[in-house]
Ligand binder design. Structure first.
Ligand code: SIN
Length: 269
């Protein structure tokens, strides 16, 4: 019987799990995979080659699927979002540091990305540990941030130029989340503001918030807190949106890239 071989990919987040096929994984294999996700923030599993139906089954192990309101769905699989870059596009979906679905009242717990078509080079995805970033802050800054909440909005999708849908019915009112959340499973404190969706601190103006938010984004995405995932054909990556932020690298202009993404429902933070 095969078992997961787990290799850490960087000092503060990321692990590569190999040796088990998700198609034949036992419940215990899947539970180990979930524990690895909470331990490492992001896990990658090479050579899985999931069909859309396999991808949905994997997502349902974690919980109910949280269908994205803005992404184009995969044909015949409305719960899977297409993350597509065409060869003539230079901007990419997710090409800035962000947290999936932070604009929702109960933001997505994890995202599961399955490689379908990769460029000949580039298109790597970076992840940064928000738990490590919190621990690295001074006690003074930790204390200030722990007493703040911030507004998150899906409004940035209005200006996006990466082929997302702009259905007016998809937009919702902004929501408030603590700036430092307690991870719902591990209890670890994590920084929870991001450049794509956080607009300002509660009871602060946008202008007043901007300088401190900018500092937090710069601090939390320092290379030492990150791991770089270099995609391989058939690879699947799962990340916990409460533990890490991510960034898709737009460095393969002239080449198409297609990924399938499913997000799984989370809880209010
Ligand atoms: C995303 O932001 O979910 C997409 C990441 C990627 O395409 O690498």
């Amino acid at each position: 019987m095969s078992e997961w071989v787990t290799e850490k990919m960087a000092g503060h987040c990321g692990a590569r799990l190999s040796g088990v096929s998700l198609l034949t994984a036992t419940h215990s294999d899947l539970e180990q995979m979930r524990s690895a996700l909470f331990e490492h923030g992001v896990i990658v599993m090479p050579d899985q080659n999931l069909t859309p139906a396999d991808h949905i089954k994997l997502a349902e192990f974690f919980g109910n699927i949280d269908v994205n309101r803005f992404f184009t769905p995969v044909s015949n699989y409305p719960v899977i979002a297409e993350v597509r870059t065409s060869a003539d596009q230079s901007a990419v979906i997710g090409g800035t540091w962000h947290t999936d679905h932070s604009y929702d009242e109960a933001p997505a717990m994890c995202s599961i990305l399955s490689a379908r078509q990769l460029p000949p080079y580039g298109g790597d995805t970076h992840f940064a540990s928000m738990a490590t970033a919190y621990r690295a802050m001074s006690p003074g800054l930790q204390k200030i941030l722990s007493n703040l909440r911030a507004w998150h909005s899906d409004g940035s999708f209005l200006d996006s130029n990466v082929g997302l849908q702009k259905n007016p019915d998809a937009f919702r009112d902004p929501v408030l989340h603590p700036v430092i959340i307690k991870h719902p499973v591990t209890g670890s404190p994590c920084v929870y503001v991001n450049g794509d969706f956080t607009t300002h601190f509660e009871n602060w103006s946008i202008e007043e918030s901007a300088a401190l938010l900018e500092y937090i984004y710069r601090f939390t995405t320092q290379p030492i807190f990150t791991v770089r995932v270099v995609w391989e054909p058939g690879m699947v990556a799962i990340w916990d949106n409460r533990l890490v932020q991510h960034y898709a690298t737009a460095d393969y202009s002239g080449h198409p890239r297609l990924m399938h993404r499913i997000t799984v429902e989370g809880v209010p933070l």
